[in-house]
Design a protein around this ligand. Sequence first.
Ligand SMILES: Nc1ncnc2c1ncn2[C@@H]1O[C@H](COP(=O)(O)OP(=O)(O)OP(=O)(O)O)[C@@H](O)[C@H]1O
Ligand SMILES: [Mg+2]
Length: 362
Amino acid sequence: MVSSEYNSPQTIIDNLHSAVIVIGENLQVVCMNPAAEMLFHISNARAVTKNIRELVINEHEFFDRLERSIISSHPYTVYDGQLRLHHHKVVDVDYSVSPIQFQDKGMFLLLEFIRLKTQHKLSQENSILSQYEASKSLLRGLAHEIKNPLGGIRGAAQLLEREIKDEGSDSTQLTQIIINEADRLKNLLDRMVGPKDIPTKNDVNIHKILEHVRQLVLAENNHLTIAADYDPSLPDLHADESMMIQVILNITRNAVTALDLSDKKTADRKKITFRTRAQRNCKIGSHTYPLVARVDIKDNGSGVSKEIQEKIFMPMITGHAEGTGLGLSIAQSLVQQHNGLIEFTSKPGETIFTLLLPLNTH
Ligand SMILES: Nc1ncnc2c1ncn2[C@@H]1O[C@H](COP(=O)(O)OP(=O)(O)OP(=O)(O)O)[C@@H](O)[C@H]1O
Ligand SMILES: [Mg+2]
């Protein structure tokens, strides 16, 4: 808060996790705390000149209630509300409105918004983590069991090949097929189990990685737009650069597939956006990190089909005939090696894959 009239509780209000906005009778913003600046993506200095109608859009019920609250001087609270904000993001919030009468200055409304990393969202995250762990250990066991006989089959085929050659026969083609197929299965198993390399972490700039992937994917696809909306103040990550490139690439390639650029009529409206932001006090699994880099990869494609939404990070889950269903499971595994998490929200026309990567974790 900057306005000196409201200075006394400043430190407390500035450190609240909930977003607080004070508006006047004319619905003009008087001040907001840093949590509100983050929620509404606007600085206090820019917000004070605006009417709350410019920050929350097309929410008639919300405005009606504000006006009624001013007239009646009654507070009210809404649980599990949804508001569309001026940056077009729909947020799930609990919010309360408290009228405050200042003797000499008239009526003000104190709006308090509590962002719902809803129970639903939390349990979704936990389910991503636990589902992932379960499928991973199952796969490890299975891969081990399959690789043993596979090694035997390959070895036997090699011996057979040698014998056939000694006998002067020309049918080594068949043994080659056995050897190649055994190798192919082994590679598949290795990919399913996930990367076993230990990350080599260095200070890396996330924007450099994003730009690298952006250029790469643009070079692969003629009619594609990838917009960049970066927060340049984001500190460096301590991460394995090539692993991070792999993660962003896997997610972006999925977005490209979902955009279906082969449909020439709609191709020029199709778009991917890379967006970075810092996020404070972010819970990942059971740990709360003071500062996390948030990378959103958004596309306006078809959306993730309902049937696979719950299990999208599991290996072999794919929505395409030609997909192996490994891209996201590998990406999740790589991000977890950095104590991070990939989550997503999706509806037709807007899918956002979000990478949360803790910062300052040397
Ligand atoms: N941005 C997106 N929009 C719509 N669906 C998506 C998106 N990203 C992923 N999906 C769905 O999730 C599935 C799993 O993705 P994943 O990357 O794990 O496997 P894949 O792309 O099918 O195969 P590959 O192993 O080649 O990456 C996809 O097949 C697709 O159906
Ligand atoms: Mg993929």
